[in-house]
Design a protein. Structure first.
Lengths: 146, 737
């Protein structure tokens, strides 16, 4: 009986592991990747965010949503759920790049972190709903001055 | 009376006689020699299985939190959860961990099921980790984090108490050190595992949780064979056996309380623990230590970033690396911990304080080192010292506590270090980094650590006394049981060496007070002598600072008043003990609450009260406040008729009443006593009390000044003059014969 219990527990434990070998949900994929700027780099303004996507072409399949210094919406949620006045930092893009002319220093954070920014890119379907958990992400520091 | 006194003296001398033997049974042999680890294991036919199983559970317990913290940003982006919520869930997990420890301790207090709880919770948190990889939203994630935190409470409350009972005391220090080493290893292995899964196997955060959860489930299966060997298997039980050796093995006294009737419950245990000076001092030290340990790593992260420019991945490696120091130092020092625990527990606490101070110096040095390698070594040595302190303190602290109370004691340590210290530290020290910079904030927490070191050092003055008290408790308990088995007649109530204080004001000083079954005893004394306070100690309304209260052969010193009521101790308090706004009938129903829903018992009790006091029956629907003084005392005394106690404590029944009423009430008291109920009559009026009893006590300034026949007390004119003069009744002084 005890042996059976152990075997059952082991099977339950192993099943998701096996599942983890396959689907994109459990293994890193390069379906959506930010190519520039590279993670943890310093950049000057204006700057261009570039990314690449596999099996997804905008505007044919939908659009990209770029979230600057804010968290993206949950998978399945619609971009229409954001009120118009709450869309600051969200950009809807049909191509695979976005030029940002001026990122202002963040307020309400440690002075050392004020020029530290992050960008998340997600895919939206034609209805404006987020597709899956795929997200491209980069964080960088903006250098000011000459 | 003298025979009963002899029996009590024998019980207490048993405690003293077994003192050194008892300390040895508890592991404190006084010897500095430490037996070989493997030889001891072989001698007792034990294996490393319990410590390995619990150690592995301790490691996998850290999987969830490490995976979550490291992958917080990915989780936030993946399920679209704000970063603030990600951080909030970490706090909630910590809160659940801290708060769950005590309920888990409560869950194992009745029976030895720590093994079952350890493995069940281990499997539960492993599955929580596994299913975290499958959550759909923040609510699911939050629920699993809370489940992980709550089940992890068993690590705090159950693991070490179980280990202490799984191995002989000759291995205690080393086993605790090995277990702590496992735990420290978890803080190296868990982040490395995450790094392996993400960096090499390229798993997403979901994949990481699935892999770690699956691994945790498989590892937790190793613990399925864990068993609870019973409370105090290697110390208290051995001590009991040594007391029992040679004793009569007869059937027990039918009248004696059964163990479950007087076993302490949750609140009684925690209250009892808080009355042990060593426990209080260690908890204070841990609260202060928490203010150091909980925020230290956070501040040091910023130091590494600002001073040495370390990126996140290298900072992770840094902390994994310094944990190796803790593991090595724990294993290397385990013999020292063992030797000190066996030879001198106070020395163990002094060493812990010194090691803590050394650790603080190392961390301070790490701030000033010019080379990064030196920073690494100094910080590693510092955190290693802190790991040693925890192992040393917990070895000593848990050993001076009764085995059944260890889960509660361990849970309280967790609450004080994480809850009181961690949260208190966050409140007190928040903003330091902004005001004084990173180095200033680390220096501030080191200052707090110095206070913890002083508090720990002061424990050494308390440990020996508390250890001896624990030994004496066990021995006396066993002696009482032995006497019951040999059918010796024990007094119904025996208070021994009782001290009691109201705050800083001590009121009772070493009071000895005994009442035999069915006896009526007068407790006399001047106003403020401590008579009513002694009754409060007996009835459980007040807990003594020192000494013991035994009732029907069992220790009830720390039992709740409500439970004593159920065991047959009823007090009629002085000064018209009625609820004024309630009617007479409602008052009687309130008295009868001890019967719960036994309606028939309640009604029969009320009927007998009305039969004894017809005037109460006439006024059954009248508010008690409108009764005369005598009628209110009748109502108070009716409590005894309803609850049918074995021991009735009556405080100042005659106060301010007319002699005729007093005579009437005393007639009832006499008939209650004739029915076999032992009565303690507290009176300022000696004339009255001595006319009723054969045995009398006289108290003055918190001490018993006379214990003997009532007739003899009359001869002590120096003692009784004051109370004779204050006599409330006009009854002539005529001691009962």
């Amino acid at each position: 009986m005890r042996r059976r219990l152990r075997a059952s527990l082991a099977l339950v434990a192993l099943a998701p592991l096996l599942a983890g070998c396959g689907p994109y949900l459990f293994r890193e994929s390069d379906r959506l990747q930010i190519t520039a700027p590279a993670n943890y780099t310093s950049v000057r303004q204006p700057l261009t965010i570039r990314w690449r996507a596999q099996d997804f072409s905008a505007p044919r399949d939908g659009r990209f949503a770029v979230f600057v210094d804010r968290d993206p919406m949950a998978p399945g949620s619609s971009i229409g759920d954001y009120a118009p006045q709450d869309r600051g930092g969200i950009y809807l893009v049909d191509g695979t790049s976005l030029r940002l002319n001026l990122l202002t220093p963040l307020t309400g954070v440690d002075p050392a972190e004020q020029n530290h920014h992050d960008v998340t890119v997600v895919m939206l379907d034609r209805n404006g709903d987020r597709i899956g958990e795929y997200a491209g992400f980069t964080e960088f520091t903006v250098e000011h001055g000459r | 009376m003298s025979q009963i006194g002899d029996i009590i003296t024998e019980v207490e001398s048993g405690g003293r006689r077994h003192g050194a033997e008892g300390r040895a049974a508890m592991g404190v042999t006084g010897a500095t020699h430490v037996e070989g680890f493997w030889a001891e294991l072989r001698r007792h036919r034990l294996t490393l299985y319990p410590v390995i199983a619990l150690g592995l559970l301790g490691i996998v317990d850290q999987f969830q939190l490490n995976a979550y913290i490291i992958q917080g940003p990915e989780i936030s982006r993946g399920i679209g959860m704000p970063r603030g919520v990600v951080a909030l869930l970490v706090s909630l997990q910590g809160l659940a961990l801290t708060l769950a420890a005590l309920p888990i301790a409560a869950g194992v207090e009745g029976a030895p099921r720590r093994g079952l709880v350890a493995k069940t919770t281990g499997v539960a948190w492993s599955f929580a980790t596994l299913f975290t990889g499958l959550v759909a939203n923040g609510f699911g994630l939050g629920a699993l984090m809370l489940l992980d935190g709550a089940t992890s409470g068993s690590v705090i409350a159950v693991h070490q108490p179980l280990l202490l009972d799984s191995y002989p005391t000759s291995l205690r220090g080393r086993i605790v050190s090995i277990y702590r080493a496992f735990f420290e290893a978890g803080s190296v292995l868990a982040p490395l595992f995450v790094a392996l899964l993400t960096g090499v196997f390229l798993l997403t955060w979901r994949g990481v949780f699935l892999a770690m959860g699956g691994t945790a489930v498989l590892i937790s299966l190793v613990a399925l064979r864990l068993r609870d060997p019973g409370y105090g298997r290697w110390d208290e039980q051995r001590l009991r056996e040594s007391v029992r050796a040679g004793g009569a093995e007869d059937s027990g006294d039918a009248d004696a309380l059964r163990p479950e009737e007087h076993r302490l419950h949750f609140f009684e245990i925690t209250r009892r623990l808080m009355m042990i000076p060593t426990v209080r001092r260690v908890l204070l030290a841990y609260a202060i230590l928490g203010m150091l340990l909980v925020p230290l790593n956070s501040y040091f992260v910023f130091f590494l970033e600002e001073r040495w420019g370390l990126p996140p991945n290298r900072r992770g490696l840094f902390f994994a690396g310094v944990a190796v120091f803790s593991v090595a130092m724990l294993l290397l020092s385990s013999r020292i911990t063992e030797r000190l625990f066996r030879s001198s527990p106070p020395g163990l606490f002094r060493l812990a304080a010194a090691v803590l101070f050394t650790g603080l110096c190392c961390i301070g040095a790490a701030l000033l080192m010019p080379a990064f390698a030196a920073v690494f070594v100094a910080f590693g040595l510092g955190t290693g010292c802190f790991a040693l302190v925890i192992a040393m303190v917990q070895t000593g602290y848990l050993s001076i506590v009764r085995a059944q109370m260890r889960p509660h004691a361990a849970a309280m340590l967790g609450i004080f270090i994480y809850g009181v210290g961690g949260i208190g530290g966050a409140v007190v020290l928040s903003g330091l980094d902004v005001r004084y910079g990173v180095v200033g904030s680390v220096a501030a927490v080191l200052g707090v650590g110095l206070l913890a070191s002083l508090a720990l050092d002061s424990v050494h003055r308390l440990v020996d006394r508390d250890l001896d008290r624990t030994v004496a408790e066990v021995v006396e308990e066993e002696e009482l049981q032995r006497m019951q088995r040999s059918r010796a007649r024990l007094p119904m109530l025996a208070c021994r060496n009782v001290d009691f204080s109201y705050g800083q004001l001590q009121v009772l000083f070493g009071v000895d007070f005994t009442v035999d079954d069915g006896e009526m005893v007068a407790l006399l004394g001047t106003n403020g002598a401590g008579k009513s306070t002694l009754l409060r100690v007996v009835s459980g309304l007040g807990l003594p600072d020192k000494g013991s209260v035994r009732y029907r052969g069992a220790e009830i010193t720390y039992l709740d008043a409500e439970r004593r009521l159920r065991l047959g101790i009823t007090q009629v308090p002085g000064g018209r003990a009625v609820f004024g706004p309630l009617t007479v009938l409602e008052n009687l129903r309130v008295y009868a609450y001890a019967y719960g829903r036994q309606k028939r018992e309640v009604e029969s009790g009320i009927d007998s009260a009305f039969a004894a006091f017809p005037r109460l029956a006439e006024r059954r629907n009248q508010p008690a406040a409108t009764l005369s003084g005598g009628e209110q005392q009748m109502l108070g005394l009716a409590k005894a008729l309803i609850l049918k106690p074995r021991l009735l404590l009556i405080d100042e029944l005659s106060l301010g009443l007319a002699p005729r009423i007093v005579g009437e009430l005393m007639g009832t008291v006499r008939s209650i006593n004739r029915a076999g109920v032992a009565v303690v009559l507290v009176e300022q009026s000696a004339n009255l009390a001595l006319s009723l009893v054969e045995h009398a006590y006289f108290m003055e300034r918190g001490q018993i000044r006379f214990d003997g026949r009532a007739a003899d007390l009359v001869q002590h004119t120096d003692l009784v003059r004051s109370v004779f003069l204050e006599g409330a009744s006009g009854t002539t002084l005529a001691p009962a014969t």
